[in-house]
Design a protein around this ligand. Sequence first.
Ligand SMILES: Cc1ncc(C[n+]2csc(CCOP(=O)(O)OP(=O)(O)O)c2C)c(N)n1
Ligand SMILES: [Mg+2]
Length: 390
Amino acid sequence: MSEDEGSAAITDPLTDADVRRVLGPNGEIRADATVPDLDDETLVGIYRDMVITRRFDERAVSLQRQGRIGTYAPCAGQEGSAVGTTYALADRDLISYQYREHGAVVVRDLLAEYLPYWMGHEAGTEAIADGNIFPLNIGIAAHLPHAVGAAWAFDYRDEDRVVACHFGDGATSEGDFHEALNFAGVFDTPVVFCCHNNGWAISIPESRQTASETFAGKATAYGFEGIRVDGMDPLASYAAMTEAVERARKTSERSGDGGTGEADGPDEPPRPTLIEFVEYRFGAHTTADDPTAYRDADEVERWRAIDPIDRMEAFLRRTGRIDDGEIEAIRETADDIVADAIDAAEDVRADPATLFDHAYEDLPPELRRQRDDLLAAIDEHGHEAFLREE
Ligand SMILES: Cc1ncc(C[n+]2csc(CCOP(=O)(O)OP(=O)(O)O)c2C)c(N)n1
Ligand SMILES: [Mg+2]
C-alpha cells in the first residue's frame, strides 16, 4: 500500500482480479459467483460463529488489560477465513494453527475448554486435542512440518482424514514453510495450507516479506496448486476450502464410493493446496503491540469497510434468512457463551507443582530442589496462598 493512498476515501481495498470472492464489499452476491450449496441453518451458523469469535476477541483483550489473561493475539477481521474454512472440514479432520485463528476453535465448540490456555493452564491445549486441534503454535512456522507429518500418517494408515494447517504471511519466510510444502508436494500428503495474508507480520509489511507477486504463487515451486481468496468473505473461504479438502481426500472418498476403493477412474493420490487468504487484522498484533507505530489509521478504516461479519449479516438479511430480532438474539447468545466460557476458565485451579511436569522425564537436581521447596511451601501455607487475590 503506497503512502499517497493514505488519505483516499474508503473504497473496496481488495481489487486484485485473481482473488476469489462470493460476496461483494456490501454483502451482495457477486455477478460471477455461486453461493455454496449450504442450508439456511448452516449459513446462519457461520454468521453466529463469527459473532462469537468477535465477542471472544473483545472480551479477551479486555481481560488482558485487567490482568486476567496473558498476552493475547486478536482475530478481529480474520473471522471469515477461520470460520469458513472450518465449516468445510469433517470433525475427524485435524486443524493445526498459529495463534490467531480462534474461529476454528469456536466452530468446534471448544471455547470454554480452550480459554484456560490464555490463562497459562496446560489444560487448555489438552482439551482442544480431543477436538482434533493441535496445540496452537507461537514459534512461527514450526507447526507446518508436524502438520504435514500428521497428514502423511493419515494417508499411510489409510484414514480418511485431512489436515488444515493455518499460518501467517510472515511464516512463509521460515525454512519450515519450504520444507513442509516441498515434502507435501513430493509425498502427496492430504493437507491444505491456509496462509493468512493479513498484510503484516507484526510491523513488517507484506512488501518486505517476499518479492514473489503473491504468496499463493509459491505453491508452483512445490508442484501443486495455489489460489487466492478473499479471507474476509466467509462464503468464498468455505468454497475454496471445500475444493481443496476434496482434492486432499483419497480418490476413493472423492469418487463417493464410501471408501470401498471400487471407484471408477484412475487411482489419484491426495494432493495438497496452498490457499492465500487475503485479509486484514483490525487490532494490534497482540495485546503487547501498538500498531499505530507502523500503520496508519486510514489503512485500518479501508479494511474495516469490508468487515466479514457485516458482509455476512448483509447477505443473510438481503436473502431473507435473518432479521433484526434474530441478529439481536445471536448477539445475546454470543455474549452468554463467551461469559460462560470466561467463568468456567476462571474456575480452573491448576496445581502449581505441575509447572515441573512436562519438560523432563527425570527432573535435574536443581529443578527437583525447586519443586521440593514449592511443595514444602504449599504444605506449610496451603494452596490458597499461591492463588491470585480476588
Ligand atoms: C521462529 C519465530 N521467530 C520470530 C517470532 C516472533 N514473532 C511472533 S509473531 C511474528 C509475526 C508472524 O507474522 P505472520 O506469520 O504474518 O502472522 P500474524 O501474526 O500476522 O497472524 C513474529 C516474527 C516467533 N514467534 N517465532
Ligand atoms: Mg501476518
